[in-house]
Design a protein around this ligand. Structure first.
Ligand code: SF4
Length: 408
C-alpha cells in the first residue's frame, strides 16, 4: 500500500451504494520534500510542484488550494479531491503579557490526547528571537521524577503533521491579519524539548526537523534547531548519522546515583555511556556550527542537586565535553516532590561553573501569568475537559431519564 496516496476507507459512505467508498484525504502538512515529490509524481505531475506547494503551506500559511495562484486550476481541483492541509486542533491558547504564547492541541479523542507548545520571545530590546518549544509525544514514558509530563504517562507518538503543525500554528498566530503576499515566518528557533522524548519517536521527529531546515519550508539554520534528549544513547548515534541539528542533554544530575532517581533512563544508559555519546555527536564528520557544543540542561531542585559538591562533580563530568550549561529554576506543579532552589543557591552554582570557564546561563522564568511548568497547562485543560465530559454524560443520562419517564 502506498503511504502517500489517498486511501479508500473500508466502510461505504452513509446513504451511498456499497460500491462507493469514502476517500481519506492525504494531509500534506507533515510531508517532507521527497515525500511530496513522490506524491506529485504519482498524481502524474512534475516534481517541482512539491516546492511550490510547500512554500504556500509553510511560508504563507495557506491551507486552501484555491489560493495557490501559481498552480493551474486543473491541478488545484485535483488536489482538492485527494489532499488537505490540516494542522492539529487548538483547544486552548494563552498569550502572556511578556510575549510568551502557549497552545494546547488536541491530537485524538478524549481528555488524554492533549499536547502543549510554548513560544518564548528573547528578553531583549528587539524581542526578535522567538523560540518555540515543541512536543513530540502525547505524555511520556520516561517518568522523570521532577516532570509534570512524566506524571501523565505515555499515550502515543505524534505524527509529522502533528509535530510540524505546532510550528505552523505558532507562525500563523502572527500572520492571521497579514495579507498573504506580505507574510513571513516569525519563529526563529525551535527546541524539541516539550512533552515526550523526541528520540523515542525518531522518524516523525526527524521528518519534522527536515522540514524546519528545508528552504522551501521554514529554512531555519541548523544551529537554531535543537533536539533535547534525556539520554537515549543508541539514538544519539543514529541522530548523528541522520540529520545535522544542535543537541541538548537533559542532564539534571552530576552522578549516577542521583540521576538514576531524577532521570530513570539513566539506569539503562548511565553517564559513562551518555557523555561519550555526546562527544561522538560533536566529533561526527561534517561538523557544522550546530555541533560546536552540547547544551546541558540542569533543573535546580532545592537541596537535591544544587549544592556546591554537585557543581564540583558537574565540572569534573563535563571537563572533556564542550558544553554550555543552562540552569533551569524548577517550576513546582501540584504534588511535586521538589521545591525550587533559592536565587542565591542558583547564582552560587552558576558562579562555580562560570569561574571554571563554562558558559552558564540561568533560564528566565517566563509566562508566569499564563501557567507554570511544561506539561502543567495540559493537565489543567485535561481536568477541564474531563469535567466537561463528565458533565455532558450526566446531562445525557438525565435527558434519557426524562424521556424514559415521559414514555411511561
Ligand atoms: S523530562 Fe522529558 S523525558 Fe523526562 S518525563 Fe518529562 S518529558 Fe519525558
Amino acid at each position: 500500500m502506498n503511504a502517500v496516496m489517498p486511501q479508500s476507507t473500508s466502510a461505504p459512505e452513509q446513504g451511498s451504494s456499497a460500491a462507493v467508498f469514502a476517500v481519506e484525504k492525504v494531509n500534506l502538512l507533515g510531508m517532507t520534500r521527497p515525500e511530496l515529490e513522490q506524491f506529485f509524481e504519482q498524481l502524474g505531475e512534475k516534481k517541482f510542484r512539491a516546492g511550490q506547494v510547500m512554500k504556500w503551506i509553510h511560508q504563507f500559511g495557506v491551507t486552501d488550494f484555491a489560493q495557490m495562484t501559481n498552480i493551474s486550476g486543473k491541478l488545484r481541483e485535483k488536489l482538492e479531491k485527494v489532499a488537505e492541509i490540516r494542522a492539529p486542533e487548538v483547544v486552548h491558547r494563552n498569550y502572556s503579557k511578556d510575549g510568551t504564547r502557549k497552545w494546547v492541541f488536541r491530537v485524538g479523542d478524549g481528555a488524554g490526547s492533549l499536547v502543549e507548545t510554548v513560544l518564548i520571545p528573547a528578553n531583549d530590546k528587539t524581542g526578535a528571537r522567538k523560540t518555540l518549544c515543541i512536543s513530540s509525544q502525547v505524555g511520556c514514558a520516561l517518568d522523570c521524577s521532577f516532570c509534570s509530563t512524566g506524571k501523565q504517562g505515555f499515550q502515543r507518538d505524534l505524527t509529522p503533521a502533528e509535530i510540524i503543525g505546532q510550528l505552523w500554528v505558532a507562525n500563523q498566530s502572527y500572520m492571521e491579519d497579514v495579507p498573504v503576499a506580505e507574510r513571513s515566518r516569525t519563529v526563529t528557533n525551535v527546541v524539541m524539548m516539550g512533552m515526550g522524548e523526541p528520540l523515542l519517536n525518531f522518524e516523525p521527529v526527524v521528518a519534522s526537523m527536515a522540514l524546519m531546515l528545508d528552504d522551501f519550508a521554514y529554512g531555519m539554520s541548523k544551529r537554531r534547531v535543537t533536539l533535547s534528549t534525556s539520554g537515549v544513547v543508541p539514538m544519539i548515534d543514529k541522530l548523528a548519522e541522520t540529520i545535522d541539528v544542535a543537541l541538548a542533554i537533559s542532564l539534571h544530575a552530576p552522578n549516577n546515583e542521583l540521576r538514576d532517581e531524577l532521570v530513570p533512563i539513566n539506569k539503562k544508559y548511565p553517564l559513562e555511556q551518555l557523555i561519550p555519546a555526546a562527544q561522538r555527536y560533536l566529533a561526527k564528520d561534517g561538523n557544522e556550527s550546530s555541533r560546536k557544543h552540547i547544551t546541558i540542561e540542569y533543573v535546580m531542585l532545592d537541596g537535591v542537586n544544587d549544592k556546591a559538591e554537585h557543581a564540583q562533580q558537574l565540572l569534573k563530568l563535563l571537563k572533556d565535553l564542550p558544553s554550555k550549561i543552562n540552569l533551569i529554576p524548577f517550576n513546582p506543579f501540584p504534588h511535586a516532590p521538589y521545591g525550587r532552589s533559592s536565587r542565591n543557591r542558583i547564582m552560587a552554582f552558576q558562579k562555580t561553573l562560570s569561574d571554571a570557564g563554562f558558559v552558564c546561563t540561568i533560564r528566565q522564568t517566563r509566562g508566569d501569568d499564563i501557567d507554570a511548568a511544561c506539561g502543567q497547562l495540559v493537565g489543567q485543560v485535561a481536568d477541564r475537559t474531563r469535567r466537561a465530559e463528565r458533565w455532558q454524560k450526566k446531562v445525557a443520562s438525565q435527558q434519557g431519564e426524562i424521556l424514559r419517564t415521559q414514555g411511561d
